[in-house]
Write a protein that binds this ligand. Structure first.
Ligand SMILES: C[S@@+](CC[C@H](N)C(=O)[O-])C[C@H]1O[C@@H](n2cnc3c(N)ncnc32)[C@H](O)[C@@H]1O
Length: 342
């Protein structure tokens, strides 16, 4: 697929802010194809990245404020305590690249520590949620005049490929929000090895947020298991359907779906679905098709894999990374892991 590279320069205070929009030409068609494929599969699915337009990003940000959503609180706690220690592990003049930066609220803790050490820094957030990225980058630029910001509106891999050519200094790749957990363990290692580490050089680092295996109860509370219509998480997941209505002329009635969500302790995995509450047909105008759902039928939205210590080390080894340091929250429910590219 061809990428349309548009660059915008902004000057905010003393900050240099550039955006590169790598949204592919024909991205609306690609989205439509992806939805058609997912809803035609024997196990229907919608890829979780399709939740994230501006509405989806704002809803996720609200979830991070919920007292039961410990991954966000744990990342904040770890960065508040240890950001200077993390930064001390890095090479001089390190640039920070963040995958799926969202609101970048927690990132500020790391940027602050980086600026205290280096005086100036290059920060490159990569996110598919373009309007949300622009908004948050502008806010960061206003608050941190010493930052040089290059915002990339792109899928992770397209963004990283461009950055590999643009940045000629040591790099720290930051991936928080426990997003790696959406992939199964084998896919996670393959993706790190084949698509992400290729953008880095030996000696560059990856700081990766990984949620840990633990008793079921906090996980149930964080993810709103077993589901039903807990309003915030329900609205977040249903944004996958509302977005189809908005962008593809869909006729999903979200009240005809509820969340179905459970933690499989043996696999260390949360499974999140939307469940059809009745037999129903949904037309999607842009696809000129109708999709049938039986009462009780599930649409898979995403997994959330949890790791133990061995699984974290194995993930690194399988990806060509050496685990250098780890930091945990006070309850040891969550980890930030610093890997070095070998
Ligand atoms: C779970 S949120 C995490 C946000 C933020 N890192 C945090 O920890 O609060 C995932 C973020 O990744 C972005 N995202 C999801 N899939 C993506 C993809 N394939 N490429 C680029 N960004 C993606 C979403 O727009 C969203 O901002």
């Amino acid at each position: 697929m061809k990428h349309q590279l548009t660059e915008t320069k902004l000057s905010i205070g003393g900050t240099s802010c550039r955006f590169i929009d790598l949204t592919p030409q024909g991205s609306a068609d690609a989205y439509a194809d992806d939805i058609a494929n997912g809803l035609s599969a024997p196990q229907k699915f919608i890829r979780s990245k399709h939740i994230y337009d501006e509405d989806g990003s704002k809803l996720f940000e609200q979830i991070t404020q919920d007292k039961n959503y410990y991954p966000a609180q744990a990342e904040t706690e770890i960065l508040t305590r240890f950001a200077p220690e993390m930064v001390a592990c890095l090479a001089e003049n390190t640039a920070l690249i963040e995958l799926g930066s969202g609101s970048a609220k927690k990132t500020r803790l790391l940027l602050q520590a980086l600026l205290e050490r280096q005086g100036r820094s290059l920060y490159c957030p990569v996110d598919i949620s373009g309007d949300y990225l622009r908004e948050n980058v502008k806010r960061l630029g206003e608050d941190y005049p010493e930052l040089n910001i290059l915002g990339i509106i792109a899928d992770y891999y397209a963004g990283l490929a461009v950055l590999a050519n643009e940045i000629h200094q040591p790099k720290l790749l930051l991936w928080m929000g426990t997003d790696i957990g959406h992939l199964d363990r084998k896919q996670a290692a393959e993706l790190l090895r084949e698509k992400m580490i290729t953008a880095l050089m030996p000696g560059d680092r990856l700081l990766l947020g990984i949620d840990l295996r633990k008793a079921a109860e906090p996980i149930h509370l964080a993810y709103g298991c077993p589901g039903d219509k807990e309003p915030l998480r329900y609205s977040f997941n249903c944004n996958a359907l509302r977005r189809i209505n908005r962008q593809l002329g869909g006729t999903f009635a979200t009240e005809n779906f509820q969340r179905h969500c459970f933690y499989n302790e043996a696999l260390g995995r949360v499974d999140i679905y939307l469940k059809s509450l009745c037999d129903q047909s949904v037309a999607i105008g842009a696809l000129a098709r109708t999709f049938d759902f039986k009462a009780g039928e599930l649409i898979h939205i995403h997994y959330a894999y949890k790791y133990d210590q061995n699984e974290i080390v194995q993930l690194g080894e399988a990806a060509g990374l050496r685990l250098e340091r780890q930091w945990f929250d006070g309850k040891a429910w969550y980890s930030l892991n610093l890997f070095v590219v070998v």
